[in-house]
Design a protein around this ligand. Structure first.
Ligand code: PGA
Length: 254
């Protein structure tokens, strides 16, 4: 049985003071999540990682939103894995559609980062998902299959087991237009099939999250789908009350 995971993607929101205030207010909700066998985490911006890590309940995962695959060097504006480790970070989101769109992040580049993270015993959260155009053309599956096959190319079964996947249809991100539970489950079950083809039975252990306008009102419905193992949440993860309501929604979905 795969353990449910709720990950809040804060994107480019919160100053260090705001991030610290969230961290300090989160202790009880993190305990509640743990008590209900739910993994919970937040992904602040680079400048807030250290303050969140230092002030949040240590049972809460703290994830970066990107990293560079090189340890150090002439890569202006980048942050390396050893730097993240030095402030206690061991999870990183990769390949988010916003980074693919605005920063030219490719599945191939994600593959290099995923390998570097795994070599450092860190957990990559690899995002995939199609545009509205691709969805309407009925090409979601072939598009997502390519992202998964390229992003996870050449991983061993042992490493593949440590990766978390997030399926986020771009047309559902921040739009309030969430994919129906049926669409999300259909694509996520398909992704599990691709993982099975690549890594055999290890695919049953890999967690696949849904993301895209997940809110306290709809989170339980997604969690009741057999292949959906959690949620990657943007907007609704920013305020403590809403984040708490998401945790409660997952707890009550069982
Ligand atoms: P959203 O964002 O919940 O605001 O739609 C999800 C994401 O982009 O991770």
């Amino acid at each position: 049985m795969r353990k449910k995971l709720l990950l809040g993607n804060w994107k480019m929101n919160k100053t260090p003071a705001e991030a610290k205030a969230f961290a300090l207010s989160a202790s009880e909700m993190v305990e509640y999540a743990v008590a209900h066998n739910i993994d919970v985490g937040v992904a602040p911006t680079f400048v807030c990682l250290q303050t969140v890590k230092e002030n949040i309940n240590p049972k809460c995962i703290v994830s970066a939103q990107n990293c560079n695959e090189h340890d150090h060097g002439a890569y202006t504006g980048e942050v390396s894995i050893p730097m993240l480790k030095a402030v206690g970070i061991d999870w990183v989101i990769l390949g988010h559609s916003e980074r693919r769109e605005y920063n030219g992040e490719t599945s191939k580049a994600c593959n290099a980062k995923i390998k570097a993270l795994l070599a450092n015993e860190m957990t990559p959260v690899y995002c995939c998902g199609e545009s509205l155009e691709t969805f309407e053309a009925g090409k979601t599956k072939e598009f997502v299959e390519e992202q998964i096959k390229t992003g996870l190319a050449d991983l061993t079964k042992e490493d593949a087991e440590k990766v978390v996947i997030a399926y986020e249809p771009i047309w559902a991100i921040g739009t309030g237009k969430s994919a129906s539970k049926e669409i999300a489950e259909d694509t996520i079950a398909f992704i599990r099939g691709v993982l099975r083809e690549m890594f055999g039975e290890v695919a049953e252990k890999i967690r696949i999250l849904y993301g895209g306008s997940v809110k306290p009102v709809n989170v339980a419905e997604y969690m009741s789908a057999p292949d959906i193992d959690g949620a990657l949440v943007g907007g609704a993860s920013l305020e403590p009350d809403s984040f708490k309501a998401l945790i409660e929604g997952i707890a009550n979905s069982k």
